[in-house]
Design a protein. Structure first.
Length: 437
Protein backbone atom coordinates (compact mmCIF):
# COMPACT_ATOMS: atom_id res chain seq x y z
CA UNK A 1 0.00 0.00 0.00
CA UNK A 2 1.24 3.45 -0.93
CA UNK A 3 1.94 5.47 2.23
CA UNK A 4 -0.17 8.37 0.94
CA UNK A 5 -3.19 6.08 0.46
CA UNK A 6 -5.73 6.44 3.23
CA UNK A 7 -6.42 3.34 5.27
CA UNK A 8 -10.06 2.44 4.89
CA UNK A 9 -12.39 -0.33 5.97
CA UNK A 10 -13.50 -2.69 3.22
CA UNK A 11 -16.47 -1.35 1.25
CA UNK A 12 -19.77 -2.37 2.79
CA UNK A 13 -18.12 -3.30 6.10
CA UNK A 14 -18.50 -1.01 9.06
CA UNK A 15 -16.80 -0.17 12.31
CA UNK A 16 -19.07 0.01 15.30
CA UNK A 17 -18.04 2.70 17.76
CA UNK A 18 -19.47 4.07 21.00
CA UNK A 19 -22.05 5.32 21.69
CA UNK A 20 -23.71 3.30 18.87
CA UNK A 21 -22.24 0.10 20.30
CA UNK A 22 -24.34 0.62 23.44
CA UNK A 23 -27.56 0.45 21.41
CA UNK A 24 -26.30 -2.75 19.76
CA UNK A 25 -25.46 -4.27 23.13
CA UNK A 26 -28.97 -3.46 24.33
CA UNK A 27 -30.57 -5.24 21.34
CA UNK A 28 -28.25 -8.24 21.68
CA UNK A 29 -28.86 -8.53 25.42
CA UNK A 30 -32.63 -8.34 24.97
CA UNK A 31 -32.58 -10.92 22.16
CA UNK A 32 -30.47 -13.32 24.23
CA UNK A 33 -32.94 -13.00 27.11
CA UNK A 34 -35.94 -13.63 24.89
CA UNK A 35 -34.29 -16.59 23.09
CA UNK A 36 -33.30 -18.19 26.37
CA UNK A 37 -36.74 -17.58 27.89
CA UNK A 38 -38.02 -19.74 25.01
CA UNK A 39 -35.57 -22.58 25.71
CA UNK A 40 -32.97 -21.81 23.02
CA UNK A 41 -29.34 -22.38 24.01
CA UNK A 42 -26.33 -20.63 22.51
CA UNK A 43 -23.94 -22.19 20.03
CA UNK A 44 -21.02 -20.64 18.16
CA UNK A 45 -19.79 -21.94 14.84
CA UNK A 46 -16.84 -20.78 12.71
CA UNK A 47 -17.34 -17.87 10.33
CA UNK A 48 -15.72 -19.87 7.51
CA UNK A 49 -16.87 -23.22 6.18
CA UNK A 50 -15.91 -25.37 3.22
CA UNK A 51 -17.64 -23.87 0.19
CA UNK A 52 -19.75 -26.92 -0.84
CA UNK A 53 -21.68 -26.67 2.42
CA UNK A 54 -23.26 -23.41 1.29
CA UNK A 55 -23.64 -24.38 -2.35
CA UNK A 56 -25.49 -27.54 -1.39
CA UNK A 57 -27.70 -26.10 1.31
CA UNK A 58 -28.52 -22.58 0.09
CA UNK A 59 -28.87 -23.72 -3.54
CA UNK A 60 -26.86 -23.15 -6.69
CA UNK A 61 -29.48 -20.97 -8.38
CA UNK A 62 -29.81 -18.48 -5.50
CA UNK A 63 -28.43 -14.95 -5.61
CA UNK A 64 -26.41 -15.67 -2.50
CA UNK A 65 -24.50 -18.57 -4.05
CA UNK A 66 -24.39 -17.24 -7.60
CA UNK A 67 -23.24 -13.73 -6.91
CA UNK A 68 -22.62 -12.90 -3.31
CA UNK A 69 -20.29 -15.32 -1.57
CA UNK A 70 -16.79 -14.43 -0.42
CA UNK A 71 -14.99 -17.55 -1.60
CA UNK A 72 -11.25 -18.11 -1.61
CA UNK A 73 -8.71 -20.91 -1.53
CA UNK A 74 -6.76 -21.35 1.69
CA UNK A 75 -3.09 -22.31 1.75
CA UNK A 76 -4.02 -25.98 1.32
CA UNK A 77 -5.96 -25.04 -1.81
CA UNK A 78 -9.30 -25.90 -0.23
CA UNK A 79 -12.17 -23.66 -1.16
CA UNK A 80 -13.48 -21.77 1.86
CA UNK A 81 -16.37 -19.33 2.09
CA UNK A 82 -17.14 -16.64 4.65
CA UNK A 83 -20.57 -17.63 5.88
CA UNK A 84 -23.37 -15.72 4.12
CA UNK A 85 -25.92 -17.04 6.63
CA UNK A 86 -25.94 -19.15 9.76
CA UNK A 87 -28.25 -22.10 9.13
CA UNK A 88 -25.89 -24.16 6.95
CA UNK A 89 -23.12 -24.10 9.56
CA UNK A 90 -25.58 -24.80 12.35
CA UNK A 91 -26.94 -27.85 10.52
CA UNK A 92 -23.39 -29.04 9.88
CA UNK A 93 -22.60 -28.71 13.60
CA UNK A 94 -25.87 -30.46 14.49
CA UNK A 95 -24.83 -33.46 12.41
CA UNK A 96 -21.10 -33.37 13.14
CA UNK A 97 -21.83 -33.58 16.88
CA UNK A 98 -24.45 -36.33 16.44
CA UNK A 99 -27.24 -34.29 17.98
CA UNK A 100 -29.98 -36.36 16.29
CA UNK A 101 -28.76 -39.32 18.36
CA UNK A 102 -28.40 -37.33 21.56
CA UNK A 103 -31.67 -35.44 21.91
CA UNK A 104 -35.05 -35.58 20.19
CA UNK A 105 -35.42 -31.81 20.12
CA UNK A 106 -32.56 -29.35 19.76
CA UNK A 107 -33.09 -25.62 20.13
CA UNK A 108 -30.14 -23.35 19.46
CA UNK A 109 -29.44 -19.69 18.91
CA UNK A 110 -26.31 -18.02 17.62
CA UNK A 111 -25.12 -14.57 16.63
CA UNK A 112 -22.34 -13.07 14.59
CA UNK A 113 -21.22 -11.49 11.34
CA UNK A 114 -22.39 -12.74 7.94
CA UNK A 115 -20.81 -11.83 4.59
CA UNK A 116 -22.51 -11.20 1.26
CA UNK A 117 -21.04 -9.30 -1.65
CA UNK A 118 -24.21 -7.31 -2.29
CA UNK A 119 -24.66 -3.82 -3.63
CA UNK A 120 -23.80 -1.87 -0.49
CA UNK A 121 -26.37 0.76 0.49
CA UNK A 122 -28.11 1.99 3.61
CA UNK A 123 -29.38 -1.06 5.48
CA UNK A 124 -27.56 -3.46 3.15
CA UNK A 125 -23.96 -4.25 3.92
CA UNK A 126 -21.31 -6.77 2.93
CA UNK A 127 -20.57 -7.66 6.51
CA UNK A 128 -23.69 -7.55 8.65
CA UNK A 129 -24.73 -9.12 11.91
CA UNK A 130 -27.47 -11.63 12.41
CA UNK A 131 -29.01 -13.24 15.43
CA UNK A 132 -30.29 -16.64 14.55
CA UNK A 133 -32.65 -19.21 16.09
CA UNK A 134 -32.98 -22.84 14.96
CA UNK A 135 -35.14 -25.71 16.25
CA UNK A 136 -34.66 -29.32 15.15
CA UNK A 137 -36.97 -32.28 15.71
CA UNK A 138 -40.41 -30.63 15.89
CA UNK A 139 -42.83 -31.02 12.98
CA UNK A 140 -45.85 -29.49 14.71
CA UNK A 141 -47.04 -26.06 13.57
CA UNK A 142 -47.14 -24.61 17.09
CA UNK A 143 -43.37 -24.16 17.06
CA UNK A 144 -43.61 -22.21 13.79
CA UNK A 145 -46.12 -19.89 15.44
CA UNK A 146 -44.02 -19.65 18.59
CA UNK A 147 -40.96 -18.53 16.60
CA UNK A 148 -43.00 -15.96 14.67
CA UNK A 149 -44.49 -14.71 17.94
CA UNK A 150 -41.04 -14.61 19.53
CA UNK A 151 -39.72 -12.37 16.78
CA UNK A 152 -42.79 -10.16 16.92
CA UNK A 153 -42.60 -9.85 20.71
CA UNK A 154 -38.87 -9.17 20.68
CA UNK A 155 -39.31 -6.30 18.22
CA UNK A 156 -42.38 -4.81 19.84
CA UNK A 157 -40.74 -5.20 23.29
CA UNK A 158 -37.76 -3.22 22.00
CA UNK A 159 -40.14 -0.41 21.08
CA UNK A 160 -40.09 -0.79 17.29
CA UNK A 161 -43.20 0.73 15.77
CA UNK A 162 -45.13 -0.31 12.67
CA UNK A 163 -44.24 -4.00 12.76
CA UNK A 164 -45.61 -5.96 9.80
CA UNK A 165 -45.56 -9.74 10.17
CA UNK A 166 -45.95 -11.68 6.92
CA UNK A 167 -46.40 -15.43 6.66
CA UNK A 168 -46.68 -17.91 3.81
CA UNK A 169 -46.22 -21.56 2.99
CA UNK A 170 -44.03 -22.60 0.07
CA UNK A 171 -45.17 -26.21 0.38
CA UNK A 172 -43.25 -29.41 0.80
CA UNK A 173 -41.25 -31.42 -1.75
CA UNK A 174 -44.45 -33.18 -2.81
CA UNK A 175 -45.96 -29.81 -3.77
CA UNK A 176 -42.94 -28.39 -5.57
CA UNK A 177 -43.26 -30.16 -8.95
CA UNK A 178 -46.90 -29.10 -9.22
CA UNK A 179 -46.14 -25.49 -8.43
CA UNK A 180 -43.05 -25.49 -10.60
CA UNK A 181 -45.17 -26.65 -13.54
CA UNK A 182 -47.70 -23.90 -12.86
CA UNK A 183 -44.94 -21.27 -12.73
CA UNK A 184 -43.39 -22.54 -15.95
CA UNK A 185 -46.77 -22.52 -17.69
CA UNK A 186 -47.15 -18.90 -16.61
CA UNK A 187 -43.65 -17.57 -17.18
CA UNK A 188 -42.54 -19.39 -20.32
CA UNK A 189 -44.88 -17.54 -22.67
CA UNK A 190 -43.97 -14.29 -20.85
CA UNK A 191 -40.19 -14.84 -20.71
CA UNK A 192 -39.52 -11.68 -22.71
CA UNK A 193 -40.78 -9.61 -19.75
CA UNK A 194 -38.24 -11.16 -17.38
CA UNK A 195 -34.68 -10.11 -16.67
CA UNK A 196 -31.81 -12.17 -18.01
CA UNK A 197 -31.25 -13.89 -14.66
CA UNK A 198 -34.90 -14.88 -14.41
CA UNK A 199 -34.91 -16.31 -17.94
CA UNK A 200 -32.12 -18.57 -16.78
CA UNK A 201 -34.06 -19.37 -13.59
CA UNK A 202 -36.81 -20.81 -15.80
CA UNK A 203 -34.56 -23.81 -16.26
CA UNK A 204 -32.76 -23.80 -12.90
CA UNK A 205 -35.36 -22.81 -10.27
CA UNK A 206 -38.46 -20.85 -11.35
CA UNK A 207 -39.45 -20.24 -7.71
CA UNK A 208 -36.51 -17.84 -7.46
CA UNK A 209 -38.17 -15.54 -10.01
CA UNK A 210 -40.69 -14.57 -7.33
CA UNK A 211 -38.06 -12.89 -5.17
CA UNK A 212 -35.86 -11.52 -7.93
CA UNK A 213 -34.68 -8.07 -6.87
CA UNK A 214 -35.19 -6.74 -10.42
CA UNK A 215 -38.46 -8.39 -11.38
CA UNK A 216 -40.43 -8.76 -8.13
CA UNK A 217 -42.48 -5.62 -8.70
CA UNK A 218 -43.37 -6.35 -12.33
CA UNK A 219 -46.95 -7.37 -13.10
CA UNK A 220 -45.71 -10.59 -14.69
CA UNK A 221 -44.40 -11.64 -11.27
CA UNK A 222 -47.15 -10.11 -9.15
CA UNK A 223 -49.83 -11.90 -11.15
CA UNK A 224 -48.06 -15.26 -11.26
CA UNK A 225 -49.89 -18.29 -9.83
CA UNK A 226 -50.06 -18.33 -6.03
CA UNK A 227 -48.19 -21.07 -4.22
CA UNK A 228 -51.06 -21.35 -1.74
CA UNK A 229 -53.33 -22.61 -4.51
CA UNK A 230 -50.89 -25.43 -5.24
CA UNK A 231 -50.43 -26.85 -1.77
CA UNK A 232 -51.36 -30.47 -1.09
CA UNK A 233 -53.38 -31.47 1.96
CA UNK A 234 -50.46 -31.92 4.43
CA UNK A 235 -48.96 -28.50 3.67
CA UNK A 236 -52.38 -26.89 3.71
CA UNK A 237 -53.21 -28.46 7.10
CA UNK A 238 -49.85 -27.44 8.52
CA UNK A 239 -50.28 -23.84 7.38
CA UNK A 240 -53.78 -23.76 8.86
CA UNK A 241 -52.24 -25.00 12.12
CA UNK A 242 -49.67 -22.21 12.09
CA UNK A 243 -52.39 -19.61 11.58
CA UNK A 244 -54.59 -21.10 14.31
CA UNK A 245 -51.67 -20.97 16.75
CA UNK A 246 -50.85 -17.38 15.76
CA UNK A 247 -54.49 -16.47 16.33
CA UNK A 248 -54.42 -18.20 19.70
CA UNK A 249 -51.35 -16.15 20.63
CA UNK A 250 -52.97 -12.97 19.37
CA UNK A 251 -50.10 -12.17 17.00
CA UNK A 252 -51.17 -9.80 14.22
CA UNK A 253 -50.02 -11.10 10.82
CA UNK A 254 -50.99 -11.24 7.18
CA UNK A 255 -50.59 -13.94 4.57
CA UNK A 256 -48.59 -13.09 1.45
CA UNK A 257 -48.22 -15.87 -1.14
CA UNK A 258 -45.26 -14.02 -2.73
CA UNK A 259 -43.08 -14.53 0.33
CA UNK A 260 -40.79 -17.30 -0.93
CA UNK A 261 -37.50 -16.01 0.57
CA UNK A 262 -34.18 -16.22 -1.17
CA UNK A 263 -32.77 -19.57 -0.08
CA UNK A 264 -33.67 -22.91 -1.65
CA UNK A 265 -33.87 -24.97 1.52
CA UNK A 266 -37.20 -23.58 2.74
CA UNK A 267 -40.17 -25.97 2.80
CA UNK A 268 -43.61 -25.17 4.23
CA UNK A 269 -43.89 -22.12 6.45
CA UNK A 270 -41.93 -18.98 5.56
CA UNK A 271 -42.19 -15.71 7.43
CA UNK A 272 -40.75 -12.26 7.53
CA UNK A 273 -41.12 -9.38 9.95
CA UNK A 274 -40.78 -5.92 8.48
CA UNK A 275 -40.57 -2.51 10.05
CA UNK A 276 -42.28 0.49 8.55
CA UNK A 277 -40.72 3.23 10.65
CA UNK A 278 -37.37 4.57 11.80
CA UNK A 279 -34.65 5.03 9.19
CA UNK A 280 -35.43 1.76 7.42
CA UNK A 281 -36.57 2.95 4.01
CA UNK A 282 -36.65 0.23 1.39
CA UNK A 283 -34.45 -2.22 3.32
CA UNK A 284 -37.34 -2.90 5.66
CA UNK A 285 -37.03 -6.65 6.31
CA UNK A 286 -35.94 -6.92 9.92
CA UNK A 287 -35.86 -10.69 10.09
CA UNK A 288 -37.30 -13.81 8.60
CA UNK A 289 -37.05 -17.52 8.24
CA UNK A 290 -39.01 -20.66 7.77
CA UNK A 291 -39.14 -24.43 7.80
CA UNK A 292 -36.42 -26.50 6.22
CA UNK A 293 -37.68 -30.02 6.81
CA UNK A 294 -35.52 -31.61 4.10
CA UNK A 295 -32.17 -29.95 4.76
CA UNK A 296 -30.84 -32.20 7.52
CA UNK A 297 -31.50 -35.31 5.42
CA UNK A 298 -30.07 -33.66 2.31
CA UNK A 299 -26.89 -33.04 4.25
CA UNK A 300 -26.59 -36.70 5.19
CA UNK A 301 -28.52 -36.82 8.46
CA UNK A 302 -31.73 -38.60 9.40
CA UNK A 303 -35.04 -37.04 8.28
CA UNK A 304 -35.47 -34.19 10.77
CA UNK A 305 -38.06 -31.43 10.69
CA UNK A 306 -36.52 -28.05 11.42
CA UNK A 307 -37.39 -24.38 11.48
CA UNK A 308 -35.43 -21.22 12.13
CA UNK A 309 -35.07 -17.53 11.50
CA UNK A 310 -32.51 -14.77 11.56
CA UNK A 311 -32.83 -11.07 12.13
CA UNK A 312 -30.40 -8.41 11.00
CA UNK A 313 -29.00 -6.41 13.88
CA UNK A 314 -28.22 -3.30 11.74
CA UNK A 315 -31.83 -3.18 10.52
CA UNK A 316 -33.23 -3.53 14.03
CA UNK A 317 -30.94 -0.73 15.21
CA UNK A 318 -32.21 1.46 12.38
CA UNK A 319 -35.81 0.79 13.37
CA UNK A 320 -35.25 1.28 17.09
CA UNK A 321 -36.19 4.65 18.54
CA UNK A 322 -33.86 6.46 20.94
CA UNK A 323 -30.51 8.21 20.65
CA UNK A 324 -27.43 6.01 20.93
CA UNK A 325 -26.34 7.87 24.07
CA UNK A 326 -29.54 6.86 25.83
CA UNK A 327 -28.32 3.28 25.85
CA UNK A 328 -25.00 4.07 27.51
CA UNK A 329 -24.77 3.64 31.26
CA UNK A 330 -23.38 6.70 32.99
CA UNK A 331 -21.04 6.25 35.96
CA UNK A 332 -22.72 6.04 39.35
CA UNK A 333 -19.99 8.17 40.82
CA UNK A 334 -16.99 10.14 39.61
CA UNK A 335 -14.06 10.46 42.02
CA UNK A 336 -12.21 13.78 42.03
CA UNK A 337 -8.85 14.20 43.78
CA UNK A 338 -7.34 17.32 45.29
CA UNK A 339 -3.59 16.70 45.51
CA UNK A 340 -1.23 13.79 44.87
CA UNK A 341 -2.02 11.76 48.01
CA UNK A 342 -5.73 12.00 47.26
CA UNK A 343 -5.14 10.66 43.73
CA UNK A 344 -3.86 7.36 45.08
CA UNK A 345 -6.65 7.27 47.66
CA UNK A 346 -9.16 7.78 44.83
CA UNK A 347 -7.59 4.94 42.85
CA UNK A 348 -7.97 2.60 45.82
CA UNK A 349 -11.47 3.84 46.63
CA UNK A 350 -12.55 3.33 43.01
CA UNK A 351 -11.52 -0.32 43.24
CA UNK A 352 -13.49 -0.79 46.47
CA UNK A 353 -16.61 0.87 45.02
CA UNK A 354 -16.40 -1.16 41.81
CA UNK A 355 -16.11 -4.34 43.86
CA UNK A 356 -19.33 -3.22 45.57
CA UNK A 357 -20.98 -3.19 42.14
CA UNK A 358 -20.87 0.51 41.25
CA UNK A 359 -19.77 2.07 37.97
CA UNK A 360 -16.94 4.40 38.89
CA UNK A 361 -14.89 6.82 36.82
CA UNK A 362 -11.97 9.04 37.81
CA UNK A 363 -9.38 11.32 36.26
CA UNK A 364 -5.93 9.81 35.68
CA UNK A 365 -4.47 12.89 34.07
CA UNK A 366 -3.00 15.61 36.27
CA UNK A 367 -5.70 18.29 36.15
CA UNK A 368 -7.24 20.84 38.46
CA UNK A 369 -10.17 19.99 40.70
CA UNK A 370 -12.28 22.36 38.60
CA UNK A 371 -11.45 20.45 35.45
CA UNK A 372 -12.26 17.17 37.17
CA UNK A 373 -15.65 18.46 38.28
CA UNK A 374 -16.38 19.56 34.76
CA UNK A 375 -15.50 16.12 33.47
CA UNK A 376 -17.68 14.52 36.15
CA UNK A 377 -20.57 16.63 34.94
CA UNK A 378 -19.92 15.73 31.31
CA UNK A 379 -19.76 12.05 32.19
CA UNK A 380 -23.37 12.34 33.42
CA UNK A 381 -22.38 10.61 36.64
CA UNK A 382 -25.04 10.53 39.30
CA UNK A 383 -22.62 11.92 41.87
CA UNK A 384 -19.11 13.16 42.37
CA UNK A 385 -17.02 12.28 45.44
CA UNK A 386 -14.19 14.69 46.19
CA UNK A 387 -11.16 13.73 48.24
CA UNK A 388 -8.69 16.32 49.52
CA UNK A 389 -6.29 16.42 52.45
CA UNK A 390 -8.99 17.03 55.05
CA UNK A 391 -11.06 14.12 53.74
CA UNK A 392 -8.01 11.84 53.71
CA UNK A 393 -7.35 12.61 57.37
CA UNK A 394 -10.98 12.06 58.34
CA UNK A 395 -11.45 9.05 56.00
CA UNK A 396 -14.44 10.77 54.43
CA UNK A 397 -15.37 12.14 51.02
CA UNK A 398 -17.42 15.14 49.96
CA UNK A 399 -20.30 13.53 48.11
CA UNK A 400 -22.17 15.80 45.74
CA UNK A 401 -25.43 14.79 44.11
CA UNK A 402 -25.09 16.14 40.57
CA UNK A 403 -28.81 16.43 39.96
CA UNK A 404 -29.78 18.26 43.17
CA UNK A 405 -26.43 19.92 43.83
CA UNK A 406 -26.56 18.81 47.50
CA UNK A 407 -23.21 18.10 49.08
CA UNK A 408 -22.23 16.43 52.37
CA UNK A 409 -19.34 14.63 54.02
CA UNK A 410 -19.72 10.84 54.00
CA UNK A 411 -17.38 8.29 55.64
CA UNK A 412 -15.52 6.45 52.86
CA UNK A 413 -16.75 3.14 54.27
CA UNK A 414 -20.35 4.28 53.71
CA UNK A 415 -19.83 5.80 50.28
CA UNK A 416 -21.15 2.87 48.25
CA UNK A 417 -24.40 2.78 50.22
CA UNK A 418 -24.76 6.56 50.03
CA UNK A 419 -24.34 6.58 46.23
CA UNK A 420 -26.74 3.71 45.86
CA UNK A 421 -29.28 5.54 47.97
CA UNK A 422 -29.34 8.54 45.65
CA UNK A 423 -32.08 9.17 43.14
CA UNK A 424 -31.67 7.69 39.66
CA UNK A 425 -29.18 9.35 37.35
CA UNK A 426 -30.33 12.66 35.88
CA UNK A 427 -31.90 12.40 32.47
CA UNK A 428 -29.47 12.28 29.59
CA UNK A 429 -28.33 15.49 28.03
CA UNK A 430 -27.45 15.61 24.38
CA UNK A 431 -25.56 17.78 22.01
CA UNK A 432 -23.16 19.23 24.56
CA UNK A 433 -20.34 20.56 22.54
CA UNK A 434 -17.85 21.84 25.09
CA UNK A 435 -14.40 20.27 24.65
CA UNK A 436 -13.20 17.71 27.12
CA UNK A 437 -10.90 19.20 29.75
P1 LIG B 1 -31.81 -13.69 5.18
O1 LIG B 1 -30.67 -14.48 5.79
O2 LIG B 1 -31.51 -13.24 3.79
O3 LIG B 1 -33.11 -14.37 5.34
O4 LIG B 1 -31.90 -12.33 5.99
C1 LIG B 1 -32.37 -12.26 7.31
C2 LIG B 1 -32.24 -10.83 7.79
O5 LIG B 1 -30.86 -10.46 7.78
C3 LIG B 1 -32.89 -9.81 6.88
O6 LIG B 1 -34.24 -9.66 7.22
C4 LIG B 1 -32.11 -8.55 7.19
O7 LIG B 1 -32.56 -7.95 8.39
C5 LIG B 1 -30.73 -9.09 7.44
N1 LIG B 1 -29.89 -8.96 6.24
C6 LIG B 1 -29.79 -9.80 5.18
N2 LIG B 1 -28.89 -9.36 4.30
C7 LIG B 1 -28.39 -8.21 4.79
C8 LIG B 1 -27.40 -7.27 4.36
N3 LIG B 1 -26.74 -7.44 3.23
N4 LIG B 1 -27.15 -6.20 5.14
C9 LIG B 1 -27.81 -6.01 6.30
N5 LIG B 1 -28.73 -6.86 6.77
C10 LIG B 1 -29.03 -7.94 6.04
Amino acid sequence: MNSSERLQAVKGMNDLLPPASAKWAHVERRAREVFEAHGYREIRTPIVEYTPLFVRSIGEATDVVEKEMYTFADRDQRSLTLRPEATAGVVRAYLEHSLPMKEPVTRWWCAGPMFRHERAQKGRYRQFYQMDVEAFGVAEPTIDAEQIALLHELFSGLGIAGIDTVVNSVGGPEDRPRYRDALLAWFQPRAAELCEDCRRRLTTNPLRILDCKQDADKAVVREAPSVLEHLGDPARAHFAGVQAALDALGVPYRVDPRLVRGLDYYTGTTFEVRGTGGELGTQNALGGGGRYDQLVAEMGGPPTPAIGFAFGVERVIMALPGADEDFEAAPDVFLAAHGEAARLACLRLARTLRAAGLRVDLEHRTTSIKAQLKRADRSRARAVAILGEAELAAETAQLKDLSSGEQRAVPQAELAAAVRGMAAAPSRRHGRAEPEV
